[in-house]
Design a protein around this ligand. Structure first.
Ligand SMILES: NC(=O)c1ccc[n+]([C@@H]2O[C@H](COP(=O)([O-])OP(=O)(O)OC[C@H]3O[C@@H](n4cnc5c(N)ncnc54)[C@H](O)[C@@H]3O)[C@@H](O)[C@H]2O)c1
Ligand SMILES: O=c1ccn([C@@H]2O[C@H](COP(=O)(O)OP(=O)(O)O[C@H]3O[C@H](CO)[C@@H](O)[C@H](O)[C@H]3O)[C@@H](O)[C@H]2O)c(=O)[nH]1
Length: 459
């Protein structure tokens, strides 16, 4: 099928490349010229495991192209994906201005023939109907420009489209895997024709043709109304964030009573009603989605007169959890002023270059506030030189250089490379071999054998 994806960030580019891989003809549109030039030259502007390889293949097979020209994209696509950012406003609500600009632009360029407009961006509940309205506004704008040369009124522009909400559940760092191995596909629409086209689009994924386990059961497709599909996205993220806040709260109690949260998580996670995933206690959840989406849902509820006691607690537990590494550093080192702390990891999770709302950023700010020198090493940020927002941090290019002279190390991101470091060598070069393991990721006994005082979270 002919697909246009508008917005080529973590979601749009992965979606475009994966749809091209399964055989569709994809045009990706972005209004960032630099990004588009980079993609046209075959390079991905983001790091996502496996993305570059699939992108190169799709370009070689002429299944995908990149442009800044929205009109060309709209003309090409039978299915038009909106995948632009919806960042948080200071009030907590989503900033939908990029979605609005794209919807209006689509309306200004819609041509004859039926099109499906898909909200892939995470958008506030009710956005499906709102996008329809904005697209029609765009059509009306164009209509106004059509004045026949002899005067009179121009022929009415005829458009035919439906809006579908197709929320995205991929995780950064495993986005390609998640796209080919989804737990479910959610399609919200008021139009049967649109749903049928979306099912055709995803048929190779639904049939597991591209899954790791090709013989697995077909992927469930959940068809809902527009509002419910939008709510599925927010409720999923809110549930997962709540699950992590829950285990973090349990970890804080474990710390006080002398239990080990990693053992507790194993014990409770084996209950199939609970499940073992997203029960890793640590320094709190971050990234571009959980923080903004939980706040946006709280905001929506409040717009409708409802106070979200549970979600408010999810957020406040997380805020406090973001301080846990600092508290543990204070317990171990006492005064932090004049001390040097090294951070292992900067990104909000491993296998991504994304620093949006990363717990490392809070920690850095708090350490600076207390007069601590901060150094950091991150497998991706250190190598790529992407130091956006990190001007006060000494970014080392190797973990051993990081340890040199430090009073303590904090493991902030659970990059798998951190399992195999030469901790004995690192301990020797430190002022004070203290390891705060903010992700309960390292082997306590091995660290102690290497000469570290090891402190985990809730263990
Ligand atoms: N990042 C994730 O893991 C993830 C997962 C699921 C859902 N989402 C949701 O998907 C949406 C996109 O997230 P993202 O992380 O990919 O964002 P992003 O910031 O990485 O990318 C957004 C892209 O849209 C482009 N853009 C902005 N305005 C545009 C316009 N008018 N025309 C064309 N392009 C435009 C930007 O240049 C950018 O390349 C958000 O709503 C987010 O909540 C994100
Ligand atoms: O047991 C856990 C699992 C995760 N995290 C933290 O939670 C955050 C989010 O992690 P993860 O969900 O793996 O990454 P995201 O890429 O942010 O993905 C989430 O947000 C996306 C955007 O909405 C959704 O599409 C995904 O389904 C949803 O998992 C990170 O800071 C993790 O360190 C924990 O602290 N403990």
């Amino acid at each position: 099928m002919r697909v246009c994806v508008i917005g080529t960030g973590y979601v749009g580019l992965v979606t475009g490349v994966c749809l091209a891989h399964i055989g569709h003809q994809v045009v990706c549109v972005d209004n960032n010229e630099e990004k588009v030039k980079l993609m046209q030259s075959g390079q991905s502007p983001i790091y996502e495991p496996g993305l570059s390889e699939l992108m190169t293949e799709a370009i070689r097979e002429e299944k995908i192209s990149f442009t800044t020209d929205l009109e060309a994209g709209v003309q090409h696509g039978e299915i038009l994906f909106i995948a632009v950012g919806t960042p948080p406003l200071p009030t907590g609500e989503s900033d939908t201005r990029y979605v609005e600009a794209v919807a209006r632009g689509i309306g200004e360029h819609l041509t004859d023939g039926y099109k499906v407009i898909v909200n892939k961006s995470t958008v506030p509940i009710g956005s499906g109907d709102w996008v329809r309205m904005i697209v029609l506004d765009g059509v009306a704008e164009r209509q106004k420009t059509l004045v026949p040369s002899g005067g009179g009124t121009a022929t009415e522009i005829a458009v035919d489209f439906d809006v579908v909400s197709n929320p995205e559940f991929l995780r950064e760092g495993s986005a390609i895997f998640d796209t080919f191995n989804p737990d479910r596909i959610v399609l919200g629409s008021n139009g049967d024709r649109a749903i049928a086209m979306m099912k055709d689009l995803y048929a190779p994924i639904v049939s597991r043709q591209f899954s790791e386990d090709k013989s697995g059961p077909t992927v469930p497709v959940v068809v809902t109304d527009l509002n419910s599909a939008e709510m599925v996205k927010y409720a999923s993220n809110a549930f997962l964030a709540t699950k992590i806040s829950f285990i973090n709260e349990v970890a804080n109690i474990c710390d006080r009573v002398g239990a080990d949260v990693t053992q507790v998580a194993q014990g409770i996670g084996l209950d199939s009603r609970i499940g073992s995933r997203f029960l890793q206690a640590g320094i709190g959840w971050g990234g571009s989605c959980f923080p903004k989406d939980v706040l946006a849902l709280i905001h929506t509820a409040s717009d409708y007169g409802y106070t979200t006691d549970l979600l408010n607690a999810t957020v406040s537990v997380n805020k406090r959890q973001r301080m846990i590494a600092l508290e543990k550093l204070q317990q171990m080192l006492k005064i932090l002023k004049g001390k040097t702390v090294g951070l292992l990891g900067l990104t909000f999770k491993p296998d991504t270059d994304d620093m949006r709302d990363a717990p490392a950023l809070d920690l850095i700010d708090n350490l600076h506030r207390l007069g601590t020198k901060v150094k950091a090493y991150d497998p991706l940020i250190s190598q790529s030189g992407m130091r956006h927002g990190l001007s006060n941090v000494i970014v080392e290019t190797d973990p051993e250089l990081l340890a040199d002279g430090c009073d303590a190390l904090v493991l902030v991101t659970d990059w798998k490379q951190f399992k195999g470091l030469d901790y004995a060598k690192m301990a020797k070069s430190m002022q004070n071999p203290v390891m705060i393991d903010g992700r309960n990721f390292l082997d306590r006994a091995a660290l102690q054998a290497a000469g570290f005082q090891y402190v985990g979270v809730g263990r």
